[in-house]
Design a protein around this ligand. Structure first.
Ligand SMILES: NC(=O)c1ccc[n+]([C@@H]2O[C@H](COP(=O)([O-])OP(=O)(O)OC[C@H]3O[C@@H](n4cnc5c(N)ncnc54)[C@H](O)[C@@H]3O)[C@@H](O)[C@H]2O)c1
Ligand SMILES: CC(=O)N[C@@H]1[C@@H](OP(=O)(O)OP(=O)(O)OC[C@H]2O[C@@H](n3ccc(=O)[nH]c3=O)[C@H](O)[C@@H]2O)O[C@H](CO)[C@@H](O)[C@@H]1O
Length: 462
């Protein structure tokens, strides 16, 4: 029997939490893996589903909460709403079938029953690029209403440093009516990446764990020692744990900005910048990333805003890197324009085929994708823009392009092809059938196999 079989109010629920537990460590571990410590995972998205499935697999007693009834229904039907995640469909089917995982839209009910509360909802930006923590705030409030002494709240979502201690802890104290020290809170940021999320949750990287107090850190470390096969790295406090995740993302954004900055020297230097970067990277202390049409997704372009403007300290390096990366869509369009000019094609009469609209290869996510501004800049220059992306079903956000299937694209006459996102479906393309120059935005094409001119960002200028 799981705890979901009976609704037990928090007044009557036995104290089953790990925070400040009186049992010895072995007994606590056995209670966690034996299903005596009910878990609730809030947010069943790209990262929440693999996380909830692994929690269920380890504990046998996990409830997943989502506001979207279709997500809940899909999971309770034994299916994963998240596609293209190796191993996830089988694991979801298995843990739902065994009763280890159940999904619900009833957040308050789940909060009442759970002793470990794992928050995995999105952290977004407002239209003014300010951190938008409104979804987190709602969930923290829900968790607070069901919090009992001994419970542990785990913040897996990426948040601006100091959020757990300055924003979530006071809200939890207020909504729960409990006192400081009666429950634990820890920041344990998710380091997963789409396409390998299950493996990542299970321990591709060391797990970072930092509590608001030593007991929170201890309890969270015990949990992740069971969830992850990798090391658990404990930090001095929750803020340090939050900061590590934001720093990882900021490092990537600034590093890509360096690559993009160098790429725009290509025309004047008259060298292949990519070759120079590759050779520079043979020095072990040099790890310049790859230039491209921009940086998308809801992580890397978002996290710099979790620092810039949130503290008094000057963060102009981060803002400049953001601008550099955002400018790459316009730069890629100008490169396309130069290619058309070199072919003697008037922009107004040109037809450009754009391949790949999502932010990253093989990931069905349009958020912050550079392909949208790229398509807009291309259209503003004059050409008709055709676009192909086998991962997209809903094209309503892409009004500057004419969507085509790959088959239809082959039948169109085009003046240039721009590869923005190299999905697997494109790797077997007969590039020469387009009979047009190609701008390979991600340096993904084997040029040995193609007769048509192939240009890259940072490569020799047309
Ligand atoms: N996607 C990644 O590659 C990745 C990797 C590491 C960390 N993160 C971080 O993980 C967090 C979640 O990202 P994601 O990619 O899983 O998001 P997502 O957009 O894929 O999914 C979020 C889910 O939360 C649900 N939700 C929204 N409001 C809710 C509420 N009030 N209560 C319960 N559920 C609610 C949505 O319906 C959706 O199913 C973010 O903070 C992100 O920065 C993401
Ligand atoms: C290092 C890493 O894996 N970090 C991950 C990142 O995952 P992600 O899914 O956002 O993917 P990235 O690979 O970082 O790409 C982002 C964008 O940058 C473009 N890009 C990339 C490399 C490059 O050299 N030049 C580029 O231009 C790329 O095309 C895309 O648009 O954030 C997650 C959430 O926090 C992390 O958990 C996760 O670790």
């Amino acid at each position: 029997m799981t705890q979901h079989d009976s609704r037990v109010s928090r007044e009557t629920r036995p104290r089953d939490g790990l925070y400040d537990a009186s049992e010895d460590e072995a007994t606590q571990r056995a209670a966690f893996t034996g299903g005596d410590v009910p878990v609730a995972v809030y947010g069943l998205g790209k990262m929440g589903v693999p996380l909830a499935a692994v929690y269920a697999d380890v504990t046998g007693n996990t409830v997943g909460v989502d506001v979207d009834p279709s997500v809940v229904e899909t999971i309770n039907g034994g299916q994963s709403p998240i596609k293209r995640e190796p191993g996830l469909p089988d694991l979801v089917a298995e843990v739902v079938e065994s009763g280890a995982l159940e999904a619900t839209t009833d957040g308050e009910g789940a909060a009442e029953r759970a002793a470990v509360h794992v928050l995995m909802v999105p952290t977004l930006l407002t239209d003014d690029d300010e951190p938008d923590l409104s979804i987190m705030d709602d969930v923290v409030e829900t968790v607070g209403t069901g919090l009992s002494p001994g419970d542990l709240v785990i913040v897996e979502s990426t948040v601006p440093p100091r959020t757990t201690v300055d924003r979530f802890l006071p809200k939890l104290l207020e909504t729960s009516g409990l006192s400081d020290g009666e429950f634990g809170v820890a920041a344990c940021p998710e380091r997963t990446v789409s396409g390998q999320a299950l493996a990542d949750v299970r321990g591709t990287h060391p797990k970072v764990v930092g509590g608001i107090d030593d007991e929170s850190t201890r309890a969270a470390a015990l949990i992740y020692d069971e969830i992850s096969s990798n090391d658990v790295v404990t930090t001095t406090d929750a803020t340090t744990a939050e900061a590590t995740k934001v720093f990882e993302g900021v490092y990537r954004d600034v590093n890509i900005a360096i690559a993009n900055q160098l790429a725009v020297f290509a025309e004047e230097m008259d060298i292949d910048i990519n070759e120079a970067i590759d050779v520079a990277n043979t020095q072990p202390f040099c790890d310049i990333h790859d230039p491209g049409p921009g940086v998308g997704g809801h992580c890397i372009p978002v996290y710099p805003h979790f620092l810039s403007g949130q503290f008094d300290a000057d963060a102009s390096l981060l803002s400049t890197a953001r601008e550099r990366n955002d400018d790459m869509a316009a730069y890629t369009a100008s490169l396309t324009d130069a290619i058309l000019e070199s072919e003697g094609v008037e922009p107004d009469e040109a037809r450009v085929l754009l391949l790949g609209m999502t932010y990253k290869a093989n990931i069905a996510e349009l958020r912050n994708t550079p392909s949208i501004p790229l398509a807009r800049h291309l259209a503003e220059m004059g050409p008709t823009v055709y676009a192909v992306d086998p991962l997209i079903e809903d094209w309503s956000a892409l009004d500057t392009v004419e969507p085509l299937t790959l088959e239809e694209a082959h039948d169109r006459s085009v003046d240039a092809v721009v590869l923005a996102t190299p999905h697997d479906e494109f790797t077997t393309l007969e590039w020469d059938t387009f009979d047009a120059p190609i701008l390979d935005g991600r340096a993904a094409i084997d040029t040995e196999e193609v007769d048509a001119p192939v240009y890259t960002i940072g490569g020799p200028w047309p």
